[in-house]
Design a protein around this ligand. Structure first.
Ligand code: ATP
Length: 299
């Protein structure tokens, strides 16, 4: 288990991380979210010991993270750090040896992963000859070649096409099942929503929202009602508790202040024609993010 307790980081006079605490259990996927400059990378770097913290405590399985522990950590950095003149095999061996593995083990594991990612033919190719997506696969393999207990993924999906995102997610879920603690950042809320169980949202290095995704959604009382019917939008907008009505290609989304107002909308809808759908949903994580942070998550 990773435990971050009351961690603060100053760069000179600037406070980049402010009294941050969270835990990531074994076999848990944890999202560290926030807009650009919120303090995510700084937090990751403190966890792996690349940066000193100003205050606080970080432990993995109860122990301070020093050299004996870093062999158990895998880190996919945001600024990709591949040695582009090396071949795929040379690169993975280089990092694997740094993590204390012998060459035979690295080669065996590498073959399995290359096969898994359908890129066996690139083993002896130079990294610089690979496409961006394939380079990212190599970076990912490098991060997990030591079979880490803790896996840190800084923007793992950036630049990947949907098929590759799916492949990465599958592997990440498998690692979770094996008990790996996984902590990641992503700007894509729909990815976070798909497989993240717990999260923290940072604003200026400070947590503004934390907990399990389920609880966060439950506690956030605003709801979206999806409706398919012949609607008079202006009438619906006037109902007490209705915040807004959006029309999509599929349906209408009536946004309400809280679940107390569902009945108001239902009563109005009974007067409408051709009603084929009335579905109440929790808001998306992106909506919650925007309401907490005040801006969207787009870069
Ligand atoms: P992004 O999503 O853009 O990667 P982030 O959430 O990872 O952002 P950090 O890179 O941790 O954010 O930066 C947090 C804050 O600390 C930013 O305001 C950044 O400018 C500042 N910062 C980061 N590194 C340094 C440094 N070496 N010296 C001074 N300030 C820094």
């Amino acid at each position: 288990m990773l435990k971050v307790e009351n961690v603060t980081k100053y760069y000179g006079d600037f406070k980049a991380v402010d009294n941050l605490s969270f835990e990531v259990q074994d076999g848990e996927i944890f999202g560290l979210l926030g807009v650009n400059g919120a303090g995510k990378t700084t937090t990751f770097r403190m966890i792996i010991g690349l940066l000193d913290k100003t205050e606080g405590k970080i432990t993995l399985d109860g122990k301070k993270i020093d050299y004996s522990q870093t062999d158990k950590i895998g880190f996919l950095t945001e600024e990709r750090s591949l040695l582009t003149k090396l071949t795929v095999e040379e690169q993975v061996i280089y990092y694997g040896v740094l993590k204390g593995l012998n060459e035979k083990t690295i080669k065996k594991r590498l073959d399995i992963w290359l096969d898994r990612f359908h890129i066996k033919e690139y083993k002896n190719k130079k990294i610089k000859e690979l496409s961006k997506g394939n380079q990212q696969k190599i970076q990912f393999i490098t991060a997990i070649i030591n079979e880490p207990k803790l896996l840190i993924l800084d923007e793992p999906f950036s630049g990947l096409d949907p098929i590759n995102v799916e492949q990465f997610m599958e592997v990440i879920k498998e690692l979770k099942k094996k008990g790996v603690s996984i902590i990641f950042s992503s700007h894509r809320m729909e990815h976070v929503e798909l497989f993240c169980e717990k999260l923290v949202i940072l604003v200026h290095g400070k947590s503004v929202l934390e907990g399990s995704l389920k609880e966060i959604k439950k506690a956030y009382r605003k709801k979206n009602i999806h409706i398919k019917a012949e609607l008079d939008i202006e009438k619906i907008k006037k109902i007490t508790g209705v915040v807004n009505v959006e029309q999509t290609a599929e349906d209408y989304i009536v946004k309400i202040e809280s679940d107390d107002y569902i009945e108001n909308v239902w009563n109005e809808l009974k007067k409408c024609k051709n009603v084929t759908e009335f579905r109440v949903e929790d808001p998306t994580l992106n909506e919650i993010f925007v309401s907490k942070v005040g801006v969207g998550y787009e870069n």
